[in-house]
Design a protein around this ligand. Structure first.
Ligand code: HEC
Ligand code: HEC
Length: 416
């Protein structure tokens, strides 16, 4: 009897430990109510002028949280908004791994102001409003006439309050959050919820082959290892795309002008209402944003014209036919702020040979034509081009391929 009770007790103990253990590990992958709310908002098509566009339209997990359409990526690389024929002017960067970016600030280095942090290619989602660049960013698209195109914060709040997840919204942020007097607070809380989701382990997953190799659950091939060594050494990639250890984000959140050419297919060139300059328009990046900050940053604008944010390289290959030729749903992806490059091989070749090849006669030469003609077009913005860290790397074709193979190990959802 006694022994039986002890055994029974031990059994119950084991069962309950197993239960705690299982629910513990399941918990680690489960979203908090705030993250779950942010996820519902992120994927809700209804939160747009025509009820046809969510954040995921331009930030699809299957495409590494960027634009998923081959037709678009292979051309202008800029996505249409909720209202037809309205386009922004840049390629969507990954919305994953954006949350660790600090509030925009600068340090003085070699007598120059080095800007760090913020979201968007030009850092204009500074994080100064909500203490978090990703949350500041999340308030942009709903009201951007070239994106989700809703009229006012009150419209967004009303749609969230009446959505199927409206109760969750009130549960997380309080019963009175849908009171019209609280619209500003509610709009902030919507953005904070999205940022919480973007910071969750479902989005910043760290589940690539690269990550698994640190856990001893995968081994990089010889070629991938060689690519990693070149990435950190001869290729100089690590100088901006920091690659230290398993938690590496592959960005230092600074800004640079790589001399990326114009993308001739950018639909913004032919959108006179929003772009009166037509084909004369250039994307001045961080510098143009700093120029708007008359009270503090404007004096640094000139030295930052043409600089764009160093993007994370996590998931750059994700979903692409270059990386996943056996994936039936694979797509063409676009790279850099204007999507000029259509493959990782193309952009790596540019880093390697920008200053070696002659300049194409036409500044509006596409990547395909430039590769055919053996030239590169002039930079979109001629000033402040970085000539110290790229342009003539002396990489052989095999070395370029090895770097590409390494970049492909950074795709999440790797199955060891
Ligand atoms: C029509 C396409 C489109 C839609 C819809 C859209 N985005 Fe974006 N997203 C972009 C583009 C383009 C950029 C870069 C814009 C720029 O730099 O000026 C961007 C930038 C971002 C960034 C910045 C990443 C970084 O590292 O700086 C985040 C985060 C993001 N979007 C999240 C969202 C969220 C959240 C939503 C929904 C509320 C959303 N996006 C809706 C196209 C879109
Ligand atoms: C001097 C800093 C710097 C160095 C060195 C550097 N990069 Fe970059 N990288 C950037 C910046 C800035 C961008 C965005 C440029 C733009 O859009 O105009 C970028 C963009 C990219 C992109 C496009 C990502 C996307 O989402 O569109 C890839 C891929 C990339 N870099 C890979 C590399 C590789 C591989 C190397 C080494 C061969 C390298 N980078 C070296 C700063 C750097």
């Amino acid at each position: 009897m006694k022994t039986a009770r002890i055994i029974q007790g031990t059994f119950v103990f084991l069962i309950s430990t197993a239960f705690v253990f299982l629910s513990g590990s399941a918990w680690a992958e489960q979203l908090t109510p705030e993250e779950e709310l942010g996820k519902s908002i992120f994927f809700d098509n209804n939160l747009s002028f025509n009820g046809n566009q969510s954040c995921a339209a331009c930030h699809d997990p299957a495409a590494g949280w960027t634009g998923p359409e081959t037709d678009i990526n292979a051309g202008g690389a800029v996505y249409e908004g909720s209202i037809a024929d309205r386009f922004g002017n840049r390629k969507p960067p990954s919305s994953a791994y954006a949350t660790p970016s600090p509030v925009l600030h600068f340090m003085i280095e070699k007598k120059e102001a080095l800007f760090i942090g913020g979201n968007f290619w030009d850092g204009r989602a500074t994080g100064e409003k909500l203490g978090n660049p990703a949350a500041d960013q999340a308030q942009g698209p709903f009201l951007n006439p070239l994106e989700q195109a809703l009229a006012t914060p009150a419209d967004v709040v009303e749609l969230v309050c009446t959505a199927s997840y409206g109760d969750l919204f009130r549960q997380v942020w309080g019963e009175e959050i849908c009171d019209p007097a609280n619209v500003d607070m509610a709009y902030n809380d919507i953005a904070l919820s999205i940022a919480a989701y973007e910071a969750s382990p479902e989005v910043n997953a760290f589940t690539s082959k690269y990550d698994h190799s640190f856990r001893g659950q995968a081994k990089l091939t010889k070629q991938e290892q060689r690519g990693f060594a070149l990435f950190r050494g001869k290729g100089k990639c690590h100088r901006c795309h920091i690659s230290n250890g398993q938690q590496a984000l592959f960005t230092d959140f600074t800004y640079d002008n790589l001399g990326v050419p114009r993308n001739p297919d950018n639909p913004f060139y032919t959108e006179p209402v929003y772009n009166p300059d037509g084909f004369g328009w250039v994307d001045e990046g961080l510098g143009a944003f700093l120029a708007t900050r008359l009270l503090d940053y404007a004096p640094y604008a000139e030295a930052n014209l043409g600089k764009q944010k160093v993007p994370t390289l996590r998931n750059v290959g994700k979903g692409s036919c270059e990386a996943e030729p056996d994936n039936d749903d694979c797509i063409v992806k676009a790279y850099a702020h204007n999507g000029y490059f259509k493959s990782l091989k193309g952009i790596v070749h540019f880093y390697n040979t920008r200053d070696v090849k002659p300049q194409c006669a036409d500044p509006f030469t596409s990547e395909t034509d430039a590769l055919d003609q053996g030239c590169w077009p002039e930079p979109e913005v001629e000033v402040n081009v970085n000539i110290d860290e790229l342009g003539d790397l002396g990489l052989s074709p095999e070395e370029e391929d090895a770097i590409v193979a390494f970049l492909i190990t950074l795709s999440d959802d790797f199955n060891p």
